[in-house]
Structures are given as C-alpha cells and as structure tokens.
Ligand binder design. Structure first.
Ligand SMILES: *[C@@H]1O[C@H](CO)[C@@H](O)[C@H](O)[C@H]1NC(C)=O
Length: 248
C-alpha cells in the first residue's frame, strides 16, 4: 500500500515497530524517486502514538490519509490461547486503532479533510472457529468505524470532508494466516498482497465505506449470510469449508 500510495504522488509516512522492515519499504519508495519517511512506533502505546503524531506534523506535515493496518492473529481454540497473547492482540487490533484516530483525527477535523482506512476482516462479520479473540477484535474495528461515522455525521460542524473506509479481507498472502483452509478456490481465493493493495486503494479513492477482499464476498457475507438464521449460516459455511486451522 505504501509503495502504491507513493506511486500515486503521495508523501508516505511509514510507521512500523520493526525498523528493519520499515527501512526496506522506505528504500523501495525512495529508489523510485518518490517521497517516504519512516518512523518507528509501538502503536499499542498511546503516549508513543501521540508523540508520533506530533513529530510527523512538525517534520512532514498534516496527515490526510490514515491507514490503520497493524494487527496480529492468534489462531487456536479459545481454551488454548494465553492471557498474554490475547491482551497484546486486543491492544494492537483494537486500542491502537483508537489511539491512531485520537492522534490524527484532530487535524482532519480542523481542515474538514481526510480519510481513515481500517482493516477489519471477514472475521469481523462472522464467527470463525480458532479465532474467538481475533473475531472479537475485528468486530470491534467494525464497531469503531461504524460509530465514528455516526459521530462525525452528527457533529454540528461540517465534517463531510472526512471519509471512512473499512476493509473486510478474507485471506491475503502476507503470512498473517499460517494455515488457511479453502474448498472452493475460485470463490474464496487467497489474494496476493499487491492485488489487495490495489483493491484497498481503489476503494479508498472511490470513497467506498466498506469492501471485502475478494470483493464479491461482501454481498455473500454482509447480506446473504447475515439474513440467514445462525444454524443455516453455519451449514452454508460447513459446505464452503473455508476457515483457518489451529497453529497448535
Ligand atoms: C524485522 O524485519 C526484518 C526484515 O523484514 C525481519 O528479518 C526480522 O525478523 C523482523 N524482526 C522482528 C523482531 O520481527
């Protein structure tokens, strides 16, 4: 996404907890004579996020597009997941979204201009086995974005220039999902990161409020599956037999 935003002429601010991988991304962008800055930040720490926003504002400028992409996915039956793993996941998948919004929304409000993109998941629309805490965190991302939309809309100031996009990916080949399970590979294909980035940026530029990846799944999941009673939805999902296996 960073590489593609830069190619579109954006000045990209890359934020990563890992300075080495961040350096790789920024170097790739700079090698093409495009603009990228790198910041190291643990986004689970609210104070670190506030400092980040302050530094970026001084050193780069006002942020117009915020992409909240950091996340982790512990994948095991709920009784096998540890407190440490679950707490860290919630801090990253849920709290960090809110800290980043608190840090970068004020300038967007001042200018009535901006766009926030958040990564929910297919696991933010339906229950999936081995992902009990993760599904909870991805439903939370949906809740955060849905209520932020309602709050901005009801603000007495005109904030219609601030756009929100929530992404509901199935499986992207980034290494996040270690053991995907797919029966119908045309319907539920594993999407390559570059293709996913194109879909996300396209959705953002078209100001879609939400999309799934692959895109057709959105209608299936958001509308058809959710109209069915739980047992019917589960039977349908049993037939599709798509999900993730436990890491063990
Ligand atoms: C940081 O990124 C580098 C390069 O991608 C990788 O080799 C390394 O394992 C990462 N470090 C951690 C702690 O994840």
């Amino acid at each position: 996404m960073a590489i593609r935003f830069a190619a579109l002429g954006a000045t990209v601010v890359c934020v990563d907890i890992n300075d080495t991988s961040n350096e790789e991304t920024v170097k790739m962008i700079q090698a093409r004579k495009q603009k990228a800055f790198k910041y190291r930040c643990d986004v689970t720490e609210r104070s670190a996020v506030m400092q980040l926003a302050e530094r970026v504002r001084k050193e780069v400028g006002d942020v117009a597009v915020l992409v909240n992409n950091a996340g982790m996915m512990p994948c095991n039956p709920v009784l096998q997941q540890t407190e440490q793993e679950i707490t860290l996941m919630n801090k990253l998948n849920i709290n960090a979204n809110i800290w980043m919004i608190q840090a970068f929304l004020p300038v967007m409000v001042q200018r009535n201009y901006g766009h926030i993109v958040a990564m929910s998941s297919m696991a933010g629309l339906q229950g999936i086995k081995n992902l009990v805490p993760y599904c909870g965190s991805k439903y939370a991302v949906k809740g955060i974005m849905d209520s932020l939309a309602v709050e901005l809309r009801s603000d007495p100031r005109d904030l219609s220039g601030i756009k929100l996009t929530t992404i509901f990916p199935y499986i992207i080949n980034t290494g996040l999902c270690k053991k995907p399970r797919i029966r119908f590979k045309n319907l539920m294909k594993v999407v390559e990161p570059g293709e996913a980035a194109d879909i996300i940026i396209n959705a953002m530029r078209r100001e879609y409020t939400e999309i799934s990846i692959p895109q057709d799944l959105h209608y299936l999941n958001r509308y058809i599956y959710r109209l069915l009673p739980l047992e019917a939805g589960c039977t349908w999902m049993d037939f599709i037999d798509a999900g993730v296996d436990a890491h063990g």
